[in-house]
Write a protein that binds this ligand. Sequence first.
Ligand code: NAP
Length: 441
Amino acid sequence: MRHIAVIGSGPAGYYTAEAAQKKWGGDVRVDVFDSLPVPYGLIRTGVAPDHQSIKAVSRRYEKTAFTDHVRFVGNVTIGSDVSITELQSLYDAVVLATGAPHDRTLSIEGADLAGVHGSAQFVGWYNGHPQFAGLDPDLSSETAVVIGMGNVALDIARILAKTTAEFEGSDIVLHALDALESSAICRIVILGRRGPHQIMMTPKELGELMHLERAAPRVDADDLPDGEEDALLEPGLRKSVAHLRSFAAIPESERADKTIEIEFDFFASPKAIIGEEGRVSGIEVERTKVEAGRAVGTGETYTIPCGIVLTAIGYRTAPIEGVPFDERAGRFANDEGRIMPGLYAVGWAKRGPSGTIGTNKPDGFGIVDLIEEDIASGALGNGGKKGREGFDALAAERGLDIVTFQDWKRIEDAENAAAREGSPREKFVDIDAMIAARGAD
Ligand code: NAP
Protein backbone atom coordinates (compact mmCIF):
# COMPACT_ATOMS: atom_id res chain seq x y z
CA MET A 1 0.00 0.00 0.00
CA ARG A 2 1.23 3.48 -0.90
CA HIS A 3 0.18 6.57 1.02
CA ILE A 4 0.13 9.94 -0.67
CA ALA A 5 -0.63 13.33 0.85
CA VAL A 6 -1.62 16.08 -1.56
CA ILE A 7 -1.57 19.58 -0.07
CA GLY A 8 -4.13 21.72 -1.84
CA SER A 9 -7.47 20.75 -3.38
CA GLY A 10 -7.38 22.93 -6.48
CA PRO A 11 -6.94 21.62 -10.04
CA ALA A 12 -3.30 20.53 -9.56
CA GLY A 13 -4.21 18.66 -6.37
CA TYR A 14 -7.21 16.83 -7.79
CA TYR A 15 -5.49 15.91 -11.08
CA THR A 16 -2.68 14.41 -8.98
CA ALA A 17 -5.20 12.43 -6.91
CA GLU A 18 -6.95 11.30 -10.09
CA ALA A 19 -3.67 10.16 -11.63
CA ALA A 20 -2.67 8.24 -8.49
CA GLN A 21 -6.07 6.58 -8.33
CA LYS A 22 -5.85 5.61 -12.01
CA LYS A 23 -2.33 4.24 -11.64
CA TRP A 24 -2.63 2.31 -8.39
CA GLY A 25 -6.38 1.84 -7.81
CA GLY A 26 -6.90 -0.05 -4.55
CA ASP A 27 -3.18 -0.03 -3.76
CA VAL A 28 -3.07 3.64 -2.93
CA ARG A 29 -4.63 5.92 -0.33
CA VAL A 30 -4.63 9.61 -1.19
CA ASP A 31 -5.44 12.32 1.34
CA VAL A 32 -6.13 15.73 -0.21
CA PHE A 33 -5.62 18.49 2.37
CA ASP A 34 -6.93 22.03 2.30
CA SER A 35 -6.70 24.81 4.85
CA LEU A 36 -10.25 25.88 3.93
CA PRO A 37 -13.24 23.69 4.83
CA VAL A 38 -14.22 23.77 1.13
CA PRO A 39 -12.41 22.24 -1.85
CA TYR A 40 -11.27 23.30 -5.33
CA GLY A 41 -8.88 26.21 -4.67
CA LEU A 42 -8.78 28.63 -7.58
CA ILE A 43 -11.82 27.04 -9.21
CA ARG A 44 -13.84 28.43 -6.34
CA THR A 45 -11.90 31.55 -5.42
CA GLY A 46 -9.88 32.49 -8.53
CA VAL A 47 -11.86 31.74 -11.69
CA ALA A 48 -14.16 34.67 -12.37
CA PRO A 49 -17.72 34.23 -11.06
CA ASP A 50 -19.15 34.93 -14.53
CA HIS A 51 -17.10 32.08 -16.03
CA GLN A 52 -19.28 29.25 -14.74
CA SER A 53 -18.41 26.93 -17.62
CA ILE A 54 -14.76 26.92 -16.46
CA LYS A 55 -15.86 26.27 -12.88
CA ALA A 56 -17.82 23.22 -14.07
CA VAL A 57 -14.54 21.25 -14.18
CA SER A 58 -15.07 20.72 -10.44
CA ARG A 59 -17.51 17.92 -11.38
CA ARG A 60 -14.55 15.94 -12.66
CA TYR A 61 -12.72 16.52 -9.36
CA GLU A 62 -15.81 15.42 -7.48
CA LYS A 63 -15.68 12.07 -9.29
CA THR A 64 -12.13 11.63 -8.00
CA ALA A 65 -13.14 12.79 -4.52
CA PHE A 66 -15.84 10.12 -4.42
CA THR A 67 -13.56 7.23 -5.43
CA ASP A 68 -12.96 4.78 -2.63
CA HIS A 69 -9.36 5.59 -1.84
CA VAL A 70 -9.22 9.35 -2.14
CA ARG A 71 -10.44 11.52 0.71
CA PHE A 72 -10.69 15.26 1.37
CA VAL A 73 -9.21 16.54 4.61
CA GLY A 74 -10.45 20.12 4.90
CA ASN A 75 -9.84 22.78 7.54
CA VAL A 76 -6.27 21.60 8.17
CA THR A 77 -3.35 23.93 7.51
CA ILE A 78 -0.12 22.18 6.69
CA GLY A 79 2.73 24.18 8.12
CA SER A 80 0.85 25.24 11.26
CA ASP A 81 -1.60 22.48 12.31
CA VAL A 82 0.75 19.77 11.08
CA SER A 83 4.29 20.19 9.76
CA ILE A 84 5.64 18.96 6.44
CA THR A 85 8.16 16.82 8.33
CA GLU A 86 5.32 15.13 10.23
CA LEU A 87 3.50 14.42 6.97
CA GLN A 88 6.68 13.04 5.42
CA SER A 89 7.00 10.61 8.31
CA LEU A 90 3.43 9.38 7.72
CA TYR A 91 3.10 9.31 3.91
CA ASP A 92 5.35 7.81 1.22
CA ALA A 93 4.95 10.91 -0.91
CA VAL A 94 3.89 14.46 -0.09
CA VAL A 95 2.81 16.58 -3.06
CA LEU A 96 2.57 20.36 -2.67
CA ALA A 97 -0.30 21.63 -4.81
CA THR A 98 -0.59 24.86 -2.90
CA GLY A 99 -0.77 27.18 -5.90
CA ALA A 100 0.46 30.76 -5.70
CA PRO A 101 -1.85 32.62 -3.34
CA HIS A 102 0.30 35.71 -2.71
CA ASP A 103 0.41 38.75 -4.95
CA ARG A 104 3.68 39.66 -6.60
CA THR A 105 4.50 42.97 -5.05
CA LEU A 106 4.76 46.18 -7.00
CA SER A 107 7.92 47.73 -5.62
CA ILE A 108 7.20 51.39 -6.19
CA GLU A 109 6.62 54.31 -3.88
CA GLY A 110 3.06 54.48 -2.59
CA ALA A 111 2.27 50.80 -3.21
CA ASP A 112 1.28 50.49 0.46
CA LEU A 113 -1.33 53.29 0.35
CA ALA A 114 -4.96 52.52 1.19
CA GLY A 115 -6.84 51.80 -2.03
CA VAL A 116 -4.03 49.78 -3.62
CA HIS A 117 -4.94 46.10 -3.77
CA GLY A 118 -3.30 43.07 -5.28
CA SER A 119 -5.35 40.84 -7.55
CA ALA A 120 -5.33 37.96 -5.03
CA GLN A 121 -7.11 40.30 -2.61
CA PHE A 122 -9.53 41.82 -5.08
CA VAL A 123 -10.38 38.59 -6.90
CA GLY A 124 -10.67 36.87 -3.52
CA TRP A 125 -13.07 39.62 -2.43
CA TYR A 126 -15.53 39.21 -5.31
CA ASN A 127 -15.20 35.42 -5.15
CA GLY A 128 -15.84 35.24 -1.39
CA HIS A 129 -12.47 33.93 -0.20
CA PRO A 130 -12.74 34.11 3.61
CA GLN A 131 -9.36 35.84 3.85
CA PHE A 132 -10.44 38.71 1.60
CA ALA A 133 -14.21 38.90 2.00
CA GLY A 134 -13.80 41.91 4.29
CA LEU A 135 -11.63 43.91 1.87
CA ASP A 136 -14.31 46.53 1.25
CA PRO A 137 -12.61 48.24 -1.73
CA ASP A 138 -13.44 51.89 -2.26
CA LEU A 139 -15.32 52.11 -5.56
CA SER A 140 -16.46 55.70 -5.05
CA SER A 141 -14.06 57.39 -7.49
CA GLU A 142 -14.49 57.72 -11.24
CA THR A 143 -11.26 56.07 -12.29
CA ALA A 144 -9.79 52.68 -11.46
CA VAL A 145 -6.32 51.71 -12.66
CA VAL A 146 -5.52 48.04 -13.25
CA ILE A 147 -1.82 47.21 -13.67
CA GLY A 148 -0.88 44.30 -15.93
CA MET A 149 -1.93 42.99 -19.33
CA GLY A 150 -2.85 39.41 -18.42
CA ASN A 151 -6.15 37.59 -18.08
CA VAL A 152 -6.46 38.51 -14.41
CA ALA A 153 -6.36 42.22 -15.32
CA LEU A 154 -9.11 41.49 -17.87
CA ASP A 155 -11.21 39.64 -15.30
CA ILE A 156 -10.95 42.57 -12.92
CA ALA A 157 -11.79 45.16 -15.57
CA ARG A 158 -14.80 43.13 -16.76
CA ILE A 159 -16.13 42.60 -13.25
CA LEU A 160 -15.80 46.33 -12.53
CA ALA A 161 -17.69 47.12 -15.74
CA LYS A 162 -20.63 44.73 -15.58
CA THR A 163 -24.14 45.66 -14.58
CA THR A 164 -26.05 43.68 -11.96
CA ALA A 165 -28.13 42.13 -14.74
CA GLU A 166 -24.96 40.91 -16.46
CA PHE A 167 -24.05 38.95 -13.33
CA GLU A 168 -27.11 36.78 -13.70
CA GLY A 169 -26.05 33.15 -13.77
CA SER A 170 -22.78 33.97 -12.00
CA ASP A 171 -21.90 33.14 -8.40
CA ILE A 172 -20.45 36.53 -7.52
CA VAL A 173 -20.93 36.96 -3.79
CA LEU A 174 -23.62 39.30 -2.57
CA HIS A 175 -21.31 41.77 -0.79
CA ALA A 176 -19.44 42.32 -4.09
CA LEU A 177 -22.60 42.56 -6.17
CA ASP A 178 -23.97 45.22 -3.81
CA ALA A 179 -20.72 47.19 -3.80
CA LEU A 180 -20.43 47.04 -7.60
CA GLU A 181 -24.02 48.15 -7.99
CA SER A 182 -23.25 51.41 -6.23
CA SER A 183 -19.81 51.82 -7.81
CA ALA A 184 -19.03 55.22 -9.34
CA ILE A 185 -16.26 53.90 -11.58
CA CYS A 186 -16.73 54.92 -15.20
CA ARG A 187 -13.15 54.75 -16.45
CA ILE A 188 -11.01 51.65 -16.09
CA VAL A 189 -7.44 52.12 -17.28
CA ILE A 190 -5.43 48.95 -17.92
CA LEU A 191 -1.72 49.74 -17.80
CA GLY A 192 0.77 47.68 -19.78
CA ARG A 193 4.45 48.45 -19.50
CA ARG A 194 4.99 46.97 -22.96
CA GLY A 195 2.99 47.07 -26.21
CA PRO A 196 0.09 45.30 -27.94
CA HIS A 197 2.37 42.54 -29.22
CA GLN A 198 3.47 41.68 -25.68
CA ILE A 199 0.09 41.20 -24.01
CA MET A 200 -0.65 38.01 -22.07
CA MET A 201 -4.42 38.27 -22.60
CA THR A 202 -6.11 35.47 -24.54
CA PRO A 203 -8.57 35.98 -27.42
CA LYS A 204 -11.74 34.58 -25.87
CA GLU A 205 -11.34 36.73 -22.77
CA LEU A 206 -10.55 39.87 -24.81
CA GLY A 207 -13.53 39.20 -27.08
CA GLU A 208 -15.87 39.41 -24.09
CA LEU A 209 -15.16 43.14 -23.80
CA MET A 210 -17.02 43.73 -27.06
CA HIS A 211 -20.27 42.45 -25.58
CA LEU A 212 -20.62 44.42 -22.38
CA GLU A 213 -23.89 46.18 -21.79
CA ARG A 214 -22.65 49.56 -20.64
CA ALA A 215 -18.89 49.43 -21.26
CA ALA A 216 -16.68 49.63 -24.33
CA PRO A 217 -12.96 49.02 -24.72
CA ARG A 218 -10.73 51.74 -26.15
CA VAL A 219 -7.37 51.27 -27.82
CA ASP A 220 -5.43 54.14 -29.37
CA ALA A 221 -4.76 53.14 -33.01
CA ASP A 222 -1.37 54.91 -32.80
CA ASP A 223 -0.21 52.31 -30.25
CA LEU A 224 -0.73 49.44 -32.69
CA PRO A 225 2.20 48.21 -34.79
CA ASP A 226 1.85 47.98 -38.57
CA GLY A 227 -0.74 45.33 -39.49
CA GLU A 228 1.71 43.16 -41.42
CA GLU A 229 3.84 42.67 -38.28
CA ASP A 230 0.98 40.61 -36.79
CA ALA A 231 1.80 37.80 -39.25
CA LEU A 232 4.90 37.00 -37.23
CA LEU A 233 2.93 36.37 -34.02
CA GLU A 234 1.91 32.93 -32.82
CA PRO A 235 -1.76 32.33 -33.75
CA GLY A 236 -3.29 32.90 -30.29
CA LEU A 237 -1.54 36.22 -29.79
CA ARG A 238 -2.39 37.22 -33.37
CA LYS A 239 -6.08 36.71 -32.54
CA SER A 240 -5.71 38.74 -29.37
CA VAL A 241 -4.09 41.58 -31.30
CA ALA A 242 -6.91 41.36 -33.86
CA HIS A 243 -9.29 42.10 -30.98
CA LEU A 244 -7.21 45.13 -30.01
CA ARG A 245 -7.44 46.33 -33.60
CA SER A 246 -11.21 45.99 -33.54
CA PHE A 247 -11.34 47.93 -30.25
CA ALA A 248 -9.37 50.74 -31.93
CA ALA A 249 -11.88 50.75 -34.79
CA ILE A 250 -15.04 51.21 -32.68
CA PRO A 251 -16.64 54.41 -34.02
CA GLU A 252 -17.42 57.18 -31.54
CA SER A 253 -21.11 56.88 -32.49
CA GLU A 254 -21.15 53.34 -31.07
CA ARG A 255 -19.66 54.53 -27.82
CA ALA A 256 -22.34 57.16 -27.29
CA ASP A 257 -24.58 54.96 -25.15
CA LYS A 258 -21.73 53.44 -23.13
CA THR A 259 -21.14 54.91 -19.70
CA ILE A 260 -17.97 53.02 -18.86
CA GLU A 261 -14.75 53.01 -20.81
CA ILE A 262 -12.08 50.32 -20.52
CA GLU A 263 -8.96 52.04 -21.76
CA PHE A 264 -5.81 50.16 -22.78
CA ASP A 265 -2.78 52.26 -21.94
CA PHE A 266 0.25 50.63 -23.57
CA PHE A 267 3.92 51.55 -23.14
CA ALA A 268 3.03 52.75 -19.64
CA SER A 269 5.12 51.73 -16.65
CA PRO A 270 3.94 52.59 -13.13
CA LYS A 271 6.48 54.82 -11.38
CA ALA A 272 4.80 55.87 -8.13
CA ILE A 273 1.40 55.83 -6.53
CA ILE A 274 0.37 59.21 -5.30
CA GLY A 275 -1.61 59.61 -2.11
CA GLU A 276 -3.58 62.14 -0.16
CA GLU A 277 -4.16 61.54 3.54
CA GLY A 278 -2.91 57.99 3.21
CA ARG A 279 -5.22 57.06 0.33
CA VAL A 280 -4.42 56.67 -3.34
CA SER A 281 -5.32 59.72 -5.42
CA GLY A 282 -3.38 59.00 -8.60
CA ILE A 283 -0.62 57.09 -10.27
CA GLU A 284 2.48 58.43 -11.94
CA VAL A 285 3.35 56.58 -15.10
CA GLU A 286 6.42 56.68 -17.34
CA ARG A 287 6.11 56.24 -21.10
CA THR A 288 8.20 53.38 -22.37
CA LYS A 289 9.37 52.00 -25.66
CA VAL A 290 9.99 48.34 -26.28
CA GLU A 291 13.56 47.42 -27.20
CA ALA A 292 14.45 43.77 -27.82
CA GLY A 293 11.23 42.80 -26.05
CA ARG A 294 11.97 44.85 -22.94
CA ALA A 295 10.25 48.00 -21.69
CA VAL A 296 12.69 50.92 -21.56
CA GLY A 297 11.69 54.19 -19.87
CA THR A 298 11.67 57.31 -22.05
CA GLY A 299 11.76 59.78 -19.16
CA GLU A 300 8.35 61.19 -20.14
CA THR A 301 5.91 60.89 -17.25
CA TYR A 302 2.25 61.70 -16.67
CA THR A 303 -0.26 61.24 -13.88
CA ILE A 304 -3.60 59.46 -13.96
CA PRO A 305 -5.88 60.66 -11.15
CA CYS A 306 -7.68 57.63 -9.68
CA GLY A 307 -9.19 56.38 -6.44
CA ILE A 308 -8.22 52.73 -6.63
CA VAL A 309 -5.25 50.82 -8.05
CA LEU A 310 -5.46 47.09 -8.62
CA THR A 311 -2.26 45.24 -9.42
CA ALA A 312 -2.60 42.12 -11.59
CA ILE A 313 1.08 41.42 -12.12
CA GLY A 314 1.29 37.77 -11.14
CA TYR A 315 1.48 35.65 -8.02
CA ARG A 316 3.90 33.87 -5.70
CA THR A 317 3.70 30.57 -3.88
CA ALA A 318 3.59 30.81 -0.08
CA PRO A 319 6.82 29.34 1.33
CA ILE A 320 6.52 26.48 3.83
CA GLU A 321 9.09 26.13 6.57
CA GLY A 322 11.68 23.54 5.71
CA VAL A 323 10.84 23.37 1.99
CA PRO A 324 13.48 24.78 -0.41
CA PHE A 325 12.15 27.91 -2.10
CA ASP A 326 13.20 29.66 -5.29
CA GLU A 327 12.86 33.32 -4.24
CA ARG A 328 13.40 34.75 -7.71
CA ALA A 329 10.77 32.56 -9.36
CA GLY A 330 8.42 32.73 -6.36
CA ARG A 331 7.81 28.97 -6.19
CA PHE A 332 9.27 25.86 -4.57
CA ALA A 333 12.75 24.94 -5.82
CA ASN A 334 12.18 21.77 -7.82
CA ASP A 335 13.42 19.70 -10.71
CA GLU A 336 10.45 18.87 -12.96
CA GLY A 337 8.32 18.69 -9.81
CA ARG A 338 10.72 16.77 -7.59
CA ILE A 339 11.84 18.80 -4.59
CA MET A 340 13.51 15.73 -3.14
CA PRO A 341 12.51 12.06 -3.21
CA GLY A 342 9.24 11.86 -1.30
CA LEU A 343 8.47 15.59 -1.61
CA TYR A 344 7.06 17.05 -4.83
CA ALA A 345 5.43 20.18 -6.20
CA VAL A 346 2.75 20.37 -8.87
CA GLY A 347 0.80 23.12 -10.65
CA TRP A 348 1.66 26.74 -9.88
CA ALA A 349 3.68 25.67 -6.82
CA LYS A 350 5.94 23.80 -9.28
CA ARG A 351 6.05 25.98 -12.39
CA GLY A 352 4.86 29.41 -11.29
CA PRO A 353 1.57 31.17 -12.09
CA SER A 354 1.06 30.45 -15.76
CA GLY A 355 -1.10 28.31 -18.00
CA THR A 356 -4.74 27.31 -17.93
CA ILE A 357 -6.64 24.98 -15.62
CA GLY A 358 -5.97 22.21 -18.17
CA THR A 359 -2.17 22.66 -17.88
CA ASN A 360 -2.46 21.12 -14.43
CA LYS A 361 -3.62 17.81 -15.83
CA PRO A 362 -0.36 16.69 -17.47
CA ASP A 363 1.37 18.19 -14.42
CA GLY A 364 -0.62 16.00 -12.03
CA PHE A 365 -0.19 12.86 -14.12
CA GLY A 366 3.53 13.65 -14.55
CA ILE A 367 4.13 13.91 -10.82
CA VAL A 368 2.56 10.51 -10.24
CA ASP A 369 4.93 9.03 -12.87
CA LEU A 370 7.80 10.63 -10.97
CA ILE A 371 6.58 9.13 -7.69
CA GLU A 372 6.36 5.73 -9.41
CA GLU A 373 9.94 6.18 -10.63
CA ASP A 374 11.13 7.01 -7.12
CA ILE A 375 9.29 4.01 -5.71
CA ALA A 376 10.91 1.75 -8.34
CA SER A 377 14.40 3.10 -7.60
CA GLY A 378 13.94 2.46 -3.89
CA ALA A 379 14.32 6.18 -3.11
CA LEU A 380 11.10 6.15 -1.08
CA GLY A 381 12.10 3.25 1.15
CA ASN A 382 10.19 0.06 1.64
CA GLY A 383 6.77 1.40 2.49
CA GLY A 384 5.32 0.55 5.84
CA LYS A 385 4.29 4.13 6.58
CA LYS A 386 1.15 4.68 8.61
CA GLY A 387 -0.63 6.96 6.12
CA ARG A 388 -4.09 8.23 6.99
CA GLU A 389 -4.36 6.06 10.09
CA GLY A 390 -1.30 7.79 11.49
CA PHE A 391 -2.63 11.18 10.42
CA ASP A 392 -6.00 10.56 12.08
CA ALA A 393 -4.27 9.68 15.34
CA LEU A 394 -2.22 12.89 15.15
CA ALA A 395 -5.31 14.94 14.29
CA ALA A 396 -7.21 13.49 17.25
CA GLU A 397 -4.29 14.21 19.56
CA ARG A 398 -4.23 17.86 18.37
CA GLY A 399 -7.99 18.27 18.39
CA LEU A 400 -8.15 19.20 14.70
CA ASP A 401 -11.66 19.68 13.37
CA ILE A 402 -11.47 17.92 10.01
CA VAL A 403 -14.04 18.71 7.35
CA THR A 404 -14.71 15.69 5.11
CA PHE A 405 -15.97 15.60 1.55
CA GLN A 406 -19.39 14.51 2.82
CA ASP A 407 -19.35 17.59 5.08
CA TRP A 408 -18.48 19.71 2.05
CA LYS A 409 -21.45 18.30 0.16
CA ARG A 410 -23.70 19.48 2.98
CA ILE A 411 -22.05 22.91 2.91
CA GLU A 412 -22.56 22.96 -0.85
CA ASP A 413 -26.24 22.02 -0.47
CA ALA A 414 -26.68 24.91 1.94
CA GLU A 415 -24.95 27.29 -0.51
CA ASN A 416 -27.15 26.06 -3.36
CA ALA A 417 -30.27 26.44 -1.25
CA ALA A 418 -29.34 30.02 -0.36
CA ALA A 419 -28.77 31.05 -4.01
CA ARG A 420 -30.53 34.24 -5.09
CA GLU A 421 -32.62 34.00 -8.23
CA GLY A 422 -30.53 33.39 -11.34
CA SER A 423 -27.44 32.34 -9.40
CA PRO A 424 -26.17 28.78 -8.84
CA ARG A 425 -25.14 29.37 -5.22
CA GLU A 426 -24.59 31.95 -2.50
CA LYS A 427 -21.17 31.14 -1.10
CA PHE A 428 -20.36 31.26 2.57
CA VAL A 429 -17.61 33.80 2.98
CA ASP A 430 -16.41 32.96 6.43
CA ILE A 431 -14.96 29.81 7.83
CA ASP A 432 -17.22 29.55 10.88
CA ALA A 433 -20.32 29.77 8.70
CA MET A 434 -18.95 27.05 6.42
CA ILE A 435 -18.25 24.77 9.34
CA ALA A 436 -21.63 25.45 10.92
CA ALA A 437 -23.33 24.60 7.61
CA ARG A 438 -22.01 21.06 7.55
CA GLY A 439 -24.59 20.33 10.25
CA ALA A 440 -24.63 17.44 12.64
CA ASP A 441 -23.19 14.06 11.64
P1 NAP B 1 0.22 37.08 -16.46
O1 NAP B 1 -0.54 36.47 -17.57
O2 NAP B 1 1.61 36.61 -16.21
O3 NAP B 1 0.24 38.67 -16.69
C1 NAP B 1 0.92 39.51 -15.82
C2 NAP B 1 1.01 40.90 -16.42
O4 NAP B 1 1.58 41.75 -15.44
C3 NAP B 1 1.90 41.00 -17.66
O5 NAP B 1 1.28 41.84 -18.59
C4 NAP B 1 3.17 41.65 -17.10
O6 NAP B 1 3.87 42.45 -18.03
C5 NAP B 1 2.60 42.54 -16.05
N1 NAP B 1 3.59 42.92 -15.04
C6 NAP B 1 4.35 42.11 -14.27
N2 NAP B 1 5.13 42.84 -13.44
C7 NAP B 1 4.84 44.15 -13.71
C8 NAP B 1 5.31 45.37 -13.20
N3 NAP B 1 6.22 45.41 -12.24
N4 NAP B 1 4.80 46.52 -13.71
C9 NAP B 1 3.87 46.49 -14.69
N5 NAP B 1 3.38 45.35 -15.22
C10 NAP B 1 3.86 44.19 -14.72
O7 NAP B 1 -0.51 36.90 -15.06
P2 NAP B 1 -2.04 36.87 -14.62
O8 NAP B 1 -2.87 37.80 -15.40
O9 NAP B 1 -1.97 37.01 -13.14
O10 NAP B 1 -2.50 35.40 -14.96
C11 NAP B 1 -1.91 34.26 -14.33
C12 NAP B 1 -2.27 33.00 -15.12
O11 NAP B 1 -3.65 32.69 -14.95
C13 NAP B 1 -2.07 33.18 -16.62
O12 NAP B 1 -1.58 32.00 -17.17
C14 NAP B 1 -3.47 33.46 -17.11
O13 NAP B 1 -3.68 33.17 -18.48
C15 NAP B 1 -4.28 32.56 -16.21
N6 NAP B 1 -5.68 33.03 -16.15
C16 NAP B 1 -6.53 32.55 -17.11
C17 NAP B 1 -7.82 32.99 -17.14
C18 NAP B 1 -8.75 32.47 -18.22
O14 NAP B 1 -8.36 31.58 -18.96
N7 NAP B 1 -9.95 32.96 -18.32
C19 NAP B 1 -8.28 33.93 -16.22
C20 NAP B 1 -7.39 34.42 -15.26
C21 NAP B 1 -6.08 33.96 -15.25
P3 NAP B 1 5.21 41.93 -18.73
O15 NAP B 1 4.76 40.92 -19.72
O16 NAP B 1 5.78 43.15 -19.32
O17 NAP B 1 6.05 41.33 -17.64
